[in-house]
Design a protein around this ligand. Structure first.
Ligand code: NAD
Length: 491
């Protein structure tokens, strides 16, 4: 039974490296049938801003597996990232990028590096919800969800288990973003308990990135949020010394996409000198994913033999290390010649062992909690004076169960008792809370009467009638009695 997959030859070096890869898949006995779609530059230049035609989605939704060559994104505004569109439209929540060094055959400062980055792919600042709110201030919304965190964290632990990896490291910035990154870290701690045999650790992303650059061999599997994952996966690929060799998988509940980590390399396109290893390594990940691990193992072992015997394309060719320089198609032929052989110096791949299972995507069960509003943050566009002027004008709008508690500017409390040194923009967060909160014990919410939407609408009415321009509001809620908002710095 052949597994149907969708393929795209892409742009630049895409067609050459895809052709070389398909030749190896065929020779190794991969049971695949292909549906080809057109994506990338040609499609963009036809005026389709997503870089992919509607018909192509039908094929992707049918086969559910996409082997994609790199594409060229035209310069200029108006073109949407095809990768981001594909990941989001098909729900490809997990980006899996192994970063391995192939020392001494590929130059690297980190001979023992062998880590896998599992990056959340759908959430975070990549939601693309951005607004300009005032003359000074622009905003990008960071959205982190419990289902999103649970899915990616479980995937990372299940991946570690399936591939015999020993440790999962979580990276976040929850010392600053206690609610959003805090959720990611908390979910990691909660779910980690279900995997007692796997070692767990957490690093703040800044020192975590430094450690990847310095001592990457200390890491095994790393799980992190979208933006951090984007950055550290390039750092890791670069320090492995093998940007041209790395493959990646984008995994979803229904579909999956496999591609090299490099781009379309237009500078070397059409010259038969590109290294096809990146897309070949993605295709190996694909074969494991679709349940053909024996073929994956056979190809990876032949590829490792080719690399350790010094048969190299120009990008990794080094006098004294390499034995022969080959072109793209000749490299494919050399891999084919070694099918069935095991590497002598590198550890052989062993995907076909019983321990490898398809990673199940867990379903999410929403736990409903009791939600109550106890106030509102009203954001104003205002530049008519000092924080104290604003505080005294807004305090006059207190009433109907709400009172002004605090004003902050860019998150720093400036009223009451702000510091004159704090730089202020024209964007003010004005926190009104239920006047039943005891000011001397604000954490005791036992006697607090929740605030209604109508009270907030009445407040906004008073704010507008007093001549203020509100640019947005955020409700201040408690869930099952737990405050669900951060304090202003200095509050
Ligand atoms: P690139 O990865 O295409 O090239 C960077 C350098 O690495 C170039 O010198 C190139 O010759 C070399 N290189 C890359 N792959 C190679 C290979 N397989 N063999 C030998 N050398 C290789 O990055 P770029 O130049 O920044 O981007 C070129 C185009 O690719 C841009 O249009 C960019 O938007 C696009 N891009 C696409 C993807 C994708 O489709 N997933 C990813 C990254 C960049």
């Amino acid at each position: 039974m052949k597994t149907p997959i969708t393929i795209a030859y892409g742009d630049g070096i895409g067609p050459e490296i895809m052709k070389a890869t398909l030749k190896i898949l065929e020779a190794a006995g991969a049971q695949l049938s292909y549906e080809e779609i057109e994506i990338g530059e040609k499609v963009y230049l036809q005026g389709i801003s997503a870089g992919i035609k509607n018909e192509a989605w039908d094929s992707l939704r049918k086969t559910k597996v996409f082997l994609k060559a790199p594409i060229t994104t035209p310069q200029g505004k108006g073109f949407k990232s095809l990768n981001v569109t594909t990941r989001k439209s098909l729900g490809l929540f997990a980006n899996v990028r192994p970063c391995v060094s192939y020392y001494p055959y590929v130059k690297t400062k980190h001979p023992k590096m062998d880590l896998v980055i599992i990056r959340e792919n759908e959430e975070d600042l990549y939601a693309g919800i951005e607004h300009r709110q005032t003359d000074d201030v622009y905003q990008c919304l960071k959205l982190i969800t419990r289902p999103g965190c649970e899915k990616i964290v479980r995937y990372a632990f299940d991946y570690a288990r399936a591939y015999g990896r020993k440790k999962v490291t979580c990276m976040s910035k929850d010392n600053i973003m206690k609610i959003t990154d805090g959720l990611f870290h908390r979910v990691f701690d909660e779910i980690g308990k279900e995997y007692p045999e796997i070692e767990k650790e957490h690093h703040i992303i800044d020192i975590g990135s430094a450690l990847i650059a310095d001592t990457p061999e200390r890491f095994d599997v790393i799980v992190t949020l979208n933006l951090y994952g984007d950055i550290i996966s390039d750092i890791a690929a670069q320090v492995a010394g093998s940007v041209g060799l790395g493959g990646s998988a984008n995994i979803g509940e229904h579909c999956a996409m496999f591609e090299a980590i490099h781009g379309s390399a237009p500078d070397i396109a059409g010259r038969n000198i590109a290294n096809p290893s990146g897309i070949l390594n993605s295709a190996i990940m694909m074969l494991v994913h679709i349940g053909q691990p024996q073929v994956a193992e056979k190809i990876q072992n032949a590829w490792l033999c080719t690399i350790e015997e010094g048969v190299h394309t120009a990008d990794i060719y080094k006098e004294g290390i390499s034995s022969v320089k080959v072109g793209t198609q000749e490299f494919a032929d050399e891999v084919i010649k070694r099918l069935g052989k095991k590497p002598q110096k590198f550890a052989p791949a062993s995907y076909a062992s019983d321990s490898v299972k398809t990673i199940k995507i867990h379903t999410y069960e929403r736990k409903k909690q009791k939600k109550e509003m106890i106030g509102v943050d009203v954001f104003l566009h205002w530049d008519n004076g000092t924080p104290n002027d604003l505080g005294s004008q807004l305090s006059k709008l207190n009433g109907d169960g709400l009172m002004l508690k605090m004003i902050s500017n860019r998150g720093v409390k400036v009223w009451p008792d702000g510091l004159p040194e704090t730089f202020c923009t024209d964007h003010w967060r004005c926190r009104f809370v239920a006047d039943t909160i005891n000011p001397s014990n604000p954490d005791d919410l036992s006697g607090v009467k929740p605030v209604t939407h109508q009270q907030i609408l009445n407040l906004l009415n008073r704010v507008t009638q007093a001549g203020f321009d509100f640019v947005k509001t955020e409700s201040l809620c408690v869930f099952d009695g737990q405050k669900a908002y951060s304090l202003g710095q200095g509050e």
